[in-house]
Design a protein around this ligand. Structure first.
Ligand code: NAI
Ligand code: MG
Length: 492
């Protein structure tokens, strides 16, 4: 195991909430422990946020929203976002280290994410000029002109998941700064550090106090208090469908709009004519990236019967080439799962797969030896899976692939769409007719052809069915943080 010097950010031994541009102790003075999943050791203490802490943070965000922040022009917000981009870029290695220690992201993975993360901030900088309405010809009797104005929606509650907060938080922070909203973030209890450090850095980049605040703590305490707070105008949530349902219920009290991104069980479809030299690593990393803790992971792998045997053999071989281990080791591709809870969940699903009669073709075990205190699982492949098995229907969120055979394009469309989810989907083929048929018929927020998992912030992504609603990235994302008013002017 590689040892590193404790980052300065962790030297104080515990982290408070970040509200109104400074660290603030929790009202109840309670803390929770957060762990390093690479070795199971306690990393630091996080403030355990209560209703009272959320209320203070929401008041700070409300005050900032009503204050000088309103006077920032689109050009001012653009300049601010470019300054933020620079500060984040300068401090990215520290943020990456915190992310690795906190949630186990391999250092190599966050190195690859560097450009994506900075592009997200650049994209949101371009959107400051996009907060605009329209002039619309009307059919009113008389002499009227009409237009629409779009204004920032107000205080946003951003509930952030633990699987990649270093980047994922920007789907909230970026759009909030672009549109002139303010926010209270509630990072996940298992991975709050990259969010806390980012929010602190925003102050040094010139973001006014109170514009972006962070309250840590448990989902059913701080998270629930944020979701139901009457002075929060919108909730942006990413996480599980179960919590997504709670968010909808909590938002009903004050009728606040929500956007929900809730994961999936995405189909990745390989036809016999596919270029297997590309499909084998592409399909594998579509599942094993971030140890499978990715919302759009392509975990249901449909393989045409003619190449079934060859494909399973090649995927199993490929798994042996993947290095699982210490996420600080730059040659490691799969780090630990983020928490003991997630480890137990994934191990349970592996047992479920075996008992359902699927064939375990690769992996399936927790790492022992030097790694036995960490939460590591080998890349795992089940073949001979049936689409009705639980391992084909439920989101596992771990390095577990289910390979399901099919014969025809008609058949695989039916199987691919036979799911409660609709986040991603992919097709591997050399035949453009097959590709386009699947592009049109897969019911999901995004479909990839001969690749997997590319997301561009200017295009964005979103879900369908139980994968949620609302779009992240693109102009629709910006619009959903603005409210629209129609203006009618009588010229007589
Ligand atoms: P979760 O949905 O409970 O956690 C996500 C966030 O919601 C965390 O910040 C948590 O503190 C917060 N939260 C929890 N309960 C809340 C409540 N009642 N009100 C407001 N906020 C609340 O997910 P969990 O339990 O950590 O993971 C379970 C499964 O969820 C995973 O195995 C995975 O399948 C899925 N998941 C999907 C994600 C995605 O990217 N779509 C991200 C995280 C989890
Ligand atoms: Mg942790």
């Amino acid at each position: 195991m590689i040892t590193v010097q404790t980052p300065n950010f962790l030297l104080d031994g515990r982290k408070q909430h970040y509200i109104n541009g400074r660290w603030q102790a929790p009202i109840k003075n309670e803390y929770i422990t957060t762990y390093n999943p690479a070795n199971g050791e306690a990393l630091t203490q996080l403030a355990r946020g209560s209703d009272a802490d959320i209320d203070i943070a929401v008041q700070a965000a409300r005050k900032a929203f009503e204050g000088d922040w309103r006077k920032y022009s689109p050009a001012d917000r653009h300049a601010l976002l470019m300054s933020v981009r620079q500060v984040i870029e300068q401090n990215l290695d520290e943020l990456r280290l915190l992310e690795t220690l906190d949630m186990g992201a391999p250092f190599a993975r966050t190195e690859r994410m560097r450009d994506h993360l900075l592009r997200m901030i650049s994209f949101f900088a371009t959107q400051t000029a996009n907060c605009r309405g329209e002039t619309i010809p009307n059919s009113l009797p008389g002499n009227f002109s009409t237009m629409t104005i779009r204004a920032p929606i107000g205080v946003v509650g951003g509930i952030i998941p633990w699987n990649a907060p270093i980047a994922g938080q920007w789907w909230v922070i970026g759009v909030v700064l672009a549109t002139g909203c303010t926010a209270v973030l509630k990072p996940a209890e298992d991975a709050s550090l990259s969010v806390l450090r980012t929010v602190e850095l925003l102050t040094s980049a010139g973001v006014p106090d109170g514009v972006i605040n962070a309250v840590t703590g448990l989902g059913n305490e701080a998270g629930a208090a944020l979701a139901k707070h009457p002075h929060v105008n919108k909730i942006a949530f990413t996480g599980s469908p179960a919590t997504g349902r709670e968010i909808i219920r909590a938002s009903a009290g004050s009728i606040k709009p929500v956007t929900l991104e809730l994961g999936g069980k995405s189909p990745d479809i390989v036809f016999a004519d596919a270029d297997l030299d590309r499909a084998v690593p592409g399909v594998s990393m579509g599942v094993f990236n971030n140890s499978g803790q990715v919302c759009y992971a392509g975990t249901r792998v449909f393989v045409q019967s003619a190449i079934q045997k060859e494909f399973v053999a090649r995927i199993s071989e490929f798994c042996k080439t993947l290095k699982v281990g210490d996420p600080l080791d730059r040659s490691v591709q799969l780090g630990p799962l983020t928490s003991k809870r997630q480890l137990d969940r994934v191990l349970e699903y592996i047992e479920i797969g075996k008992s359902e009669g699927a064939t375990l073709s690769a992996g399936g075990k927790r790492l022992g030896g030097d790694y036995s205190n960490g939460f590591y699982i080998e890349p795992t492949v089940f073949s001979d899976v049936n689409n009705n098995m639980r391992i084909a229907r439920e989101e596992i969120f771990g390095p577990v692939m289910s390979i399901i055979p099919f014969d025809t394009a008609e058949e695989v469309v039916g199987l691919a769409n036979d799911t409660n989810f609709g986040l991603g989907g992919a097709v591997w083929t050399r035949d453009v007719r097959t590709a386009m048929k699947l592009v049109h018929e897969i019911r999901a927020g995004q479909v990839w052809v001969n690749c997997y998992g590319m997301v561009d912030p200017s295009v964005g992504f979103g879900g369908y069915k139980e994968s949620g609603f609302g779009w992240k990235g693109g102009t629709q994302h910006v619009d959903s943080f603005l409210y629209q008013k129609a203006v009618t002017i009588n010229h007589d």
